[in-house]
Design a protein around this ligand. Structure first.
Ligand code: HEM
Length: 475
């Protein structure tokens, strides 16, 4: 029997009891149609459907994906912690990926994100982390945030979403193929790479008609997708070739170098880097969406912005000093703002689809091998039992709360986000630096987007566009 702590509400000392896992329980599901099961009832923001159904069906239930078979939905904080708790038996059991059939057409072989949790996927994720270690990630984020600040400084009105999209693309290009350097936002090469790599990311993978009728892939409807995939290969190939020419094993500058060098005795086919670059971009859309939400929430509440700036002024010795990661533990309020933004916006409303590696039992339910598991983060992150006023931005709720095993905005365990070692660093550098240098304000007469004013891109919720004006705090 497992017991886990709830949190975030002052009820930190209460414990939830999980029922006896040997018990046999039947998975319930919402009413479904004969041909398409529940497919046509699923909202574009599918986490909202998972949340709605969980109110009636509980934290673990079953849905039908029509011709694609059944899927399980996990929609409770305790169940999520039980399923993916690092080092737990379940974490290994649920570590494979379910892949929507369209991925067979687009290609996923060799990708960190979509491969099953076999030796190859482990090694590739390890490789990515080794590349992070060999690069100056802090310097890279700081350079990009400097460029963001320059735009804030020079333009009267700044479209924050657009600016952070560019910053995010640049960060990903630095990590993957630009040898740790950055492009100017006006650079044509930067524009082409961003466009080519992100092409097709606005298409839903799970909702693709190809999943139901595979032959559609060969129809003109998918001509442009097939062309985009070809273009991706021909665009990235010259970067692989030029890296080969000046490769130095002692100086791994980016992911392409990482692939050329391998790790230890393990080597990889460098051509795989193409699929990984294209699948890292949608993964990292979560970074840009989180950055956008942080700015949005902070400018929506003057008191929050003031508290951030008071904390900054407290930890710096003088106005010329800049953020350094040694300060990471000394900025509880900024860390709270970041966590609260990840909770309230839940930009990644659900984990990528997992599936059991074999027939197994979980909390008394039978799960069949290869059945997709959709894991809802949005529902638990807005559960009023754990988070009083769940739709209100309250960073203070984090100040006396330790990290909670039930709050996993980047997933946890074996399939935890591949960007985990660097994502919070990037968010701290951005939040600290921008609000150290500027006071940001919304534009008079322009309504800021609410949580509902959002759209999905690459499985991540983004706020609709909004503008800010920036005033220098220190010269
Ligand atoms: C705040 C920013 C980010 C958030 C909220 C986020 C969130 C997530 C989540 C929830 C998952 C799914 C985990 C699962 O299925 O169990 C994931 C997977 C992944 N993310 Fe992130 N992510 C962020 C930034 C990044 C960045 C910057 C990168 C790369 C540079 C990245 C690379 C990946 C990869 C490779 C995976 C797949 C891991 C695997 O399948 O083992 N992410 N991310």
């Amino acid at each position: 029997m497992a017991t886990r702590r709830k949190g975030g509400s002052g009820d930190r000392d209460t414990y939830t009891k999980i029922e006896d896992p040997t018990e046999n329980k039947k998975l319930l599901g919402p009413e479904q149609s004969y041909l398409f099961g529940n497919l046509l009832q699923i909202d574009d923001k599918s986490h909202l459907s998972w949340t709605k159904w969980s109110e009636e069906l509980g934290a673990v239930y079953e849905i039908s994906l029509g011709p694609m078979g059944k899927a399980i939905v996990l929609s409770g904080a305790d169940e999520i912690a039980a399923a993916y708790g690092p080092g737990s038996e379940n974490d290994i059991k649920f570590s494979d990926r379910w892949r929507p059939p369209i991925l067979e057409k687009i290609g996923y072989a060799g990708s960190i994100t979509w491969e099953d949790w076999l030796e190859g996927a482990k090694q590739r994720k390890h490789l990515l982390h080794e590349v992070f270690k060999s690069m100056d990630m802090e310097g890279l984020f700081k350079n990009e945030v400097d460029a963001v600040c320059e735009v804030l400084s020079n333009k009267e009105l700044v479209d924050v979403c657009e600016l952070l999209n560019q910053a995010n693309n640049n960060i990903l290009l630095s990590i993957t193929l630009n040898r740790g350097d950055r492009y100017e936002y006006t650079d044509d090469e930067f524009k082409t790479l961003s466009e080519v790599i992100l092409a097709n990311n606005d298409r839903s993978l799970i909702g693709s008609p190809v999943n139901l009728m595979h032959c559609l892939w060969h129809t003109p409807f998918y001509n442009s997708t097939r062309r985009d995939l070809e273009k991706l290969k021909t665009t990235i190939q010259p970067y692989i070739d030029s890296h080969r020419a000046d490769f130095d094993r002692e100086n791994i500058r980016d992911l392409i170098d990482g692939y050329l060098g391998g790790i230890g005795e393990t080597s990889f086919d460098v051509q795989e880097v193409i699929i990984n670059i294209s699948s890292l971009f949608p993964s990292a859309c979560s970074l840009r969406a989180t950055m956008q939400y942080i700015i949005l929430f902070v400018i929506s509440d003057d008191d929050v912005q003031k508290k951030i700036q008071e904390e900054i002024d407290r930890v710096l010795n003088d106005a010329t000093e800049e953020y350094d990661e040694v300060l990471a533990d000394k900025i509880p309020y900024i860390n709270a703002v970041i966590k609260e933004s990840l909770r309230l916006a839940s930009p990644v409303g659900q984990l990528l689809p997992h599936c059991p590696i074999k027939d197994t039992k979980f909390e008394g339910y039978e799960f069949k091998k290869d059945t997709p598991i959709f894991t809802n983060l949005w529902g638990p992150n807005h559960d009023p039992e754990n988070w009083p006023d769940p739709y209100v931005f309250k960073p203070d709720r984090w100040l006396d709360t330790d990290d909670l095993p039930t709050f996993v905005p980047l997933g946890s365990g074996l399939r935890q986000c591949g960007g985990y070692p660097v994502a919070f660093k990037a968010l701290r550098i951005l939040t600290f630096t921008v609000f150290k240098r500027f006071h940001l304000k919304s534009v008079e007469g322009e309504k800021l987007p609410t949580l509902e004013d959002s759209f999905m891109l690459a499985g991540t919720t983004h706020p609709n566009h909004f503008n800010v004006t920036a005033t220098h705090r220190v010269s």
